[in-house]
Each structure stands twice: as C-alpha cells, then as structure tokens.
Design a protein around this ligand. Structure first.
Ligand code: F6R
Length: 242
C-alpha cells in the first residue's frame, strides 16, 4: 500500500480527483469503480470542475458503483443512484447507459447480484476503484463477519452503519436495513484501488486496516493483499513496513 497524507481535505480531494482524471486521460474508455457517502463528495466536485474547464472527457468511460440500498425508491434523494446523478453524472459528459448502480429494487436480489458481476466481468476489470471506509472497517457494504462474500450480494446493515448514515435521513427509522453490495472478490479484482479516509475519528480503523492482522472482522484489512492500493487521508496515521 502507498499512504499519502494531507494537511487538509481540500488538498486531498484535489489529489484524489487528479488520480482519477489521470486514469481517464491515459485510457479514455477506462472502467471506474465509484463510491458514495460523505467521503467522495469533495473529490467529485473537483472532477466536475476539471470537466467544466474542458480538461477531461468521460464520453467513453464506464462506471460501476459499489452498492445501493435495498427497497429505497431510485427517485429517493438518498438512493445511491440519486447521489451519483446529483454529485457527478448530471454534470459530466458520461453516457447514462455506461453508468451502473446495483438495482436495490430488483424482485430477485440474488439474480441482480449475478447480473451485476457479469456486467463487471464483461468489461474485464475495473481500472481504478474508489473506496471509503466505514467506522467498523466495512468497504462497500461488506460488514465485519466471520466470512465475507466474493460476489455482489444482499447484506443486512449493522446498526452502527445505519447510525452513521442516519445523518442523510430524517431519522434512523428511514435508514434502510439492507443493501446490495459488490463483494470482496469483485472489489479486489480491480487493477488499482484508491481508499480515501477523512476525519481523525477514522484514524483507529485506518491504522487497523494498514497495520493490523488481515481479518474478515475488518474487511478493509483485506486490502493489504492487493498489489496496488493507494490510501489518501488527512488522519494522523503511519504505515508500518516491518
Ligand atoms: C459507499 C460505501 C461505504 C462508504 C462508507 C463511508 O458507497 O460503499 O463503504 O464509503 O460507509 O461512508 P462515509 O464516506 O459517509 O463516511
């Protein structure tokens, strides 16, 4: 893993956006893995700014989002499809048919998971996967457990995750209890991964991700097994190499 530390989130957002933009410049038909939540909002703003300056085009880019809530209407402002439209897709020249978000309203969620994985594997692999991290070490919505799933699947959200996400809703009762998420196999299949971690409150889980044992109880610790992971953070952490 490569750890880049930043003094402030504005610099971090710019650097993260620049990394994604450099992938698209090098490969205009790149496949990008996208995340939602509070973490990527600033970096998506920077990407939009660069697009508006005419410095990058997403016409040939394909995207796959990590996850979506189950049972939340797509039109709900907090669905991850709505999030992506509002924060990124509506402001750049990406083609609608090239943006993929799992369908959390599919009647058969298992079949939807299989369809989603096939769509990813048809593209070969994701060139650059963006990740945030949950306070409990989840990536995507792969929550800590004795076992983790390889493929896109339905998950029950931990209460701590619903608590953390209630800030986007009127109350915790409105936060969905389930989600559909890319599995660990699909995430680790990406050629390169950018993990963005913001806020000192995530320093401890980031330390366990970087330096702790590789364990399904901290799903992000599995990133230690991937050859190309870049971590960008404003947390005060170190990466121990021995
Ligand atoms: C979002 C996702 C989650 C979030 C994580 C952190 O698509 O997959 O893993 O990245 O819950 O959320 P924030 O950024 O809101 O702290």
């Amino acid at each position: 893993m490569i750890l880049h530390k930043f003094k402030n989130q504005a610099d971090l957002d710019r650097a993260a956006a620049d990394l994604f933009i450099s992938v698209v410049r090098a490969k205009p038909n790149a496949v990008l893995g996208m995340a939602t939540g509070g973490t990527p909002v600033g970096l998506y703003k920077e990407i939009v700014k660069t697009y508006q300056q005419g410095l990058v085009s997403f016409k040939e880019v394909t995207t796959f989002n990590l996850d979506e809530y189950v049972g939340l209407p797509v039109s709900h402002p907090e669905s991850y499809r709505s999030f992506m439209q509002t924060n990124l897709f509506d402001h750049i020249d990406i083609l609608a048919e090239n943006t993929h978000v799992p369908n959390g309203n599919a009647t058969d969620i298992d079949a939807e998971g299989r369809r989603y994985d096939e769509a990813i594997y048809q593209q070969g692999s994701v060139d650059m996967q963006l990740l945030g991290i949950g306070g409990n070490g989840h990536i995507g919505f792969n929550e800590p457990d004795d076992e983790l799933s390889r493929f896109t699947h339905k998950v029950t959200l931990k209460e701590s995750t619903r608590e953390a996400n209630k800030r986007f809703f009127n109350s915790i009762d409105e936060v969905p209890t389930h989600a559909i998420t890319m599995g660990m196999g699909s995430i680790l299949h990406a050629k390169a991964i950018l993990l963005v971690v913001k806020g000192q409150e995530k320093a401890e889980i980031l330390d366990r991700t970087l330096n702790g044992p590789i364990t399904t109880q901290v799903p992000a610790s599995l990133l230690q097994t991937h050859p190309r992971v870049i971590v960008m953070t404003d947390c005060d952490v170190t990466y121990k190499v021995s």
